[in-house]
Design a protein around this ligand. Structure first.
Ligand code: B12
Ligand code: SF4
Length: 435
């Protein structure tokens, strides 16, 4: 069969490759099907691609913010071409009853084995809860060749003002923690790992074929199995791939000085940690499985190892007060976070937080494309502060972080590269800091 796999886009989409679709394309091809990824984010147009490829089936992959675009495409393709539509990805997995209104079939969660099996059955209908892969190395290497990797690599990753030619890789799936704003709070999927051999094979391919300077590890958390993580670092060094600069996400509990030293030797330059808040009360409310002390110690260890910290923080969780936000601001300074990413809490479908406030979300009737995690204009989840005050605190913290995140030469470099964006940011900073 011929299957078109569509990656919908919205204005302002991040230019990061959708590896989920590349994994699916690889397993479908291994099962004898012909696939074509049609990637709006890389600038490809759906209609000419479908005219040329003439698929039997169309698959759409999307997170919540892309849902309106995905539904629009699906309805139009059904009406004009009468093709069978299958949906998957974070949003259809969370809200399958909503998605099936625009599709013949929704597969929830990881679909590498389920999608080909479904096509073989000839009964492409309904909502399917698949058996997910347990042995990750058994999944073929994702068909990255079907993605416009040059566009993605060139979009790059910016670290400390420098932009590196970057592509992503996934070395594990799942997370042992259950933060209430994350889909892992509701998802049953166990932790699974690729072997270091497979990781090195993919890294070598990206380095040789796509000439990347840097790699982004898209794992939710990379060091949950400390032994395997150390083996990956050693394999990177042994295979001469430590010229690649990289960053990864860690939980404070998995940060250890000896591991950090090895990571640095293997090319790591930045560690991302979800500190979320400087208030223990907030950390407990969101089920972070960490303490302020542990988070502070982790940030210090990262600094002492000579690596940069990118800290993620969240504002507006239920019960958060002004004092809690001020503690977060204090934490960012005291922990000497190099790059602070400030997010406004958003009840993303599929999370425990969404389950808590879903009636409010339904009443508000806000379009899913507003659910970007940086947009205070969705639903206020926090009764402890008036929405207006909370948004002001969020914008002030985000503005102060933006000023701290770059040194003056780094700001100048960015302004030269993106002059229009620089003017916009400068105006926003001035108005926010004045308020
Ligand atoms: C890597 C990652 C990123 C990367 C790359 C994203 C990308 N282009 O794919 C980066 C860092 C850029 C990113 C950014 C964001 N992300 Co993100 N990200 C992830 C993460 C950790 C892993 C995704 C992944 O690659 N998994 C591995 C692959 C194999 O799985 P997959 O993509 O889900 O695909 C499988 C299935 O979903 C299914 N499937 C997928 N598509 C289709 C299609 C069909 C037809 C079928 C049948 C099946 C199917 O089969 C695939 C193979 O098994 C997930 C967490 C998670 N566990 O999903 C969050 C996650 C997807 N991200 C999320 C969010 C919110 C964001 C941001 C908004 C965060 C922010 N504030 O910046 C941005 C938005 C970016 C944008 N504007 O496009 C949420 C989405 C929640 C939701 N309800 O939509 C998640 C679930 C994390 C969370 N908070 O819980 N993200
Ligand atoms: S540690 Fe990260 S990936 Fe794991 S549940 Fe918390 S936010 Fe999600």
């Amino acid at each position: 069969m011929k299957i078109a796999l569509i990656n919908p886009s919205v204005p302002g989409s991040l230019k990061k490759e959708n590896l989920g679709l590349a994994y699916l394309a690889a397993t479908l091809e291994a099962d004898g099907h012909t696939t074509r990824i049609v990637d709006e984010i890389a600038g490809q147009e759906v209609d000419p691609a479908l005219d040329e490829f003439k698929p039997d089936i169309v698959g759409l992959s999307f997170m919540t913010m892309y849902a309106p675009r995905a539904y629009q495409l699906a309805d139009r393709i059904k009406k004009e071409r009468g093709l069978t539509i299958v949906m998957g990805g974070a949003h259809p997995t969370a809200l399958p009853e909503e998605a099936i209104e625009h599709a013949d079939c929704v597969i929830r969660g990881e679909a590498e084995w389920a999608f080909p099996k479904l096509l073989d059955s000839g009964n492409v209908m309904g909502i399917i809860d698949p058996v997910i892969p347990d042995d990750l190395d058994a999944i073929p290497i994702p068909s990255r060749w079907q993605l416009d990797l040059d566009t993605y690599a060139a979009a790059g990753e910016e670290i400390a003002g420098f932009s590196y030619r970057t592509l992503g890789i996934i070395t594990s799936r799942g997370c042992p923690f259950r933060c209430n704003f994350c889909i892992n709070s509701e998802r049953e999927a166990p932790l699974r790992f690729h072997t270091p051999e497979r990781v090195v094979e993919e890294l070598a391919y990206l380095s040789e074929r796509h000439h990347i300077e840097s790699v982004a590890f898209y794992d939710e958390l990379m060091a949950t199995d400390a032994k395997r993580f150390r083996e990956i670092c050693e394999a990177i060094i042994d295979n001469g791939l430590h010229h690649l600069k990289w960053e990864c996400q860690m939980h404070a509990k998995t940060v250890r000085p000896d591991t950090l030293a090895l990571m640095k030797r293997a090319g790591c330059i930045q560690v991302t940690i979800g500190f979320e808040s400087g208030s223990q009360r907030v950390l407990d409310t969101i089920n972070k499985s960490s303490t302020v002390e542990l988070n502070m110690a982790a940030a210090r260890m990262v600094h002492e190892a000579g690596l940069r910290t990118r800290g993620c923080f969240i504002i507006g969780t239920p019960g958060e007060t002004r004092e809690d936000v001020l503690l977060t601001e204090r934490f960012i300074k005291d922990a000497r976070i190099d790059f602070a990413s400030i997010h406004y809490v958003t009840p993303m479908p599929g999370t425990a937080l969404y389950e808590q406030v879903k009636d409010k979300v339904a009443d508000a009737g806000i379009s899913w494309d507003k659910f970007t995690c940086g947009n205070p204009d969705t639903v206020n989840c926090n009764e402890a502060m008036p929405a207006k005050e909370q948004i002001q605190l969020f914008e002030r913290l985000a503005a102060r972080a933006a000023l701290r995140n770059y040194t003056l030469p780094e700001m100048a470099m960015r302004a030269l590269r993106h002059p229009h964006h620089a003017v916009h940011v400068a105006k926003k900073l001035v108005s926010t800091l004045r308020a």
